[in-house]
Design a protein around this ligand. Structure first.
Ligand code: SER
Length: 339
């Protein structure tokens, strides 16, 4: 008897998981995996939730035998700031963890004779520019430019993109029983994300969401980058829609495994000004942490997402003004009014 296929989401309790579980569960049976217990409202939307580690091979074997998995959204990762405190542990989670999931995908394909879609959030951290002058000169970077990341997280993401391409096109290429078609690996290099419902932890683009949530709670905020620090950001609903859009794209339309997407790129000072406009009493001070600032300085100030627009019709719905007025502010105000 064929079982109903499921979509597996790792890191389901994290910053992106929240929105993704809600969106995917409307059309798919979702199995959620995370180190932390999922919130009850998310659990209700899932066919099953599991608490566990992507490094636990026994757990992954159990998952593989219990479910027919036809797509994997592999969100679990240690973000860039946290990874710099324990780079080897980050490598283990970010690279070995991804390898484990790619292996699971290959095994599912063998068992069920169907390609498994593997959606992977990569990051602007995959880029690295050598200096502020180089950052300015690079402007909107294309996918193949400036690939010298300075963080363990960035190195991990870039390498995992390559692993995905390998599992997609070259897996066991010399073996007599090499699979006829590889994993259907698709990845997006996300900018910093801003959600009304979740605050990231352990990232370096966190100053954006942190200053907004602090202001909404009436707390002062010490921003760890300079006012002129500039990287691309995106509102969470656009990020979720992009993952769903890339998932839905016909394989023949995709000319690459890796896509930039962009929306807006305010400087930290410009973002702070908008936050203060919305919360007039907000106290936002700038006290840059030289080393975290250096990481932000190594990321591009903007990305060229022409490839995503051309291949699968990506288009962000939220520019910064609309993100603030229609998504972030109404939801954040409601959220902290209730708290
Ligand atoms: N938001 C991530 C971080 O700051 C970048 O992808 O680590």
């Amino acid at each position: 008897m064929r079982r109903k296929p499921v979509v597996l989401i790792t890191g389901a309790s994290g910053e992106m998981g929240h929105g993704l579980v809600s969106a995917l569960s409307q059309e798919h049976d979702v199995v959620a995996l995370d180190l932390k217990e999922c919130e009850p409202e998310l659990t209700k939307m899932c066919r099953a939730t599991m608490v566990g580690d992507i490094l636990d091979s026994k757990l992954l074997e159990r998952l593989a035998s219990e479910y027919e998995i036809h797509a994997i959204f592999h969100l679990a990762a240690l973000l860039s700031t946290r990874s710099e405190f324990s780079p080897e542990a980050a490598h283990e989670v970010n690279v070995t963890g991804t390898l484990n999931l790619l292996k699971l995908a290959v095994e599912q394909e063998r068992r069920h004779s169907a390609r498994v879609k593997f959606l992977f959030p990569s990051s602007i951290a995959a880029y690295g520019v050598a200096s502020l002058a180089a950052k300015r000169a690079a402007g909107r970077v294309r996918e193949e430019q400036c690939l010298d990341p300075t963080t363990m997280y960035g190195c991990n993401k870039l390498y995992c993109e390559h692993l995905g391409r390998y599992y997609s096109r070259h897996y066991r290429q010399l073996a007599a029983d090499a699979p006829p078609a590889g994993v259907d690996f698709r990845s997006i290099r996300f900018p910093g994300l801003v959600s009304a419902f979740t605050v990231p932890s352990g990232g370096t683009s966190d100053y954006g969401p942190e200053m907004l949530h602090a202001a909404a709670k009436g707390e002062p905020y010490d921003c760890f980058v300079r006012e002129d620090a500039r990287i691309p950001f995106m509102a969470m609903p656009d990020a979720i829609d992009a993952l769903l859009g890339l998932m839905a794209a016909p394989a023949e339309a995709l000319s690459s495994h890796v896509y930039n997407i962009g929306a807006f790129n305010p400087s930290a000072g410009e973002f702070a000004a908008l936050v203060k406009q919305a919360f007039p009493g907000a106290v936002i001070r700038f006290s840059p942490d030289v080393r975290r600032q250096a990481i932000v300085d190594s990321w591009p100030e903007d990305v060229d997402d022409a490839r995503a627009r051309r291949d699968w019709g990506f288009k962000s719905a939220y520019d910064l003004d609309r993100a603030m007025s229609e998504y972030l502010l109404p939801n954040i105000k409601k959220r902290y009014a209730r708290a």
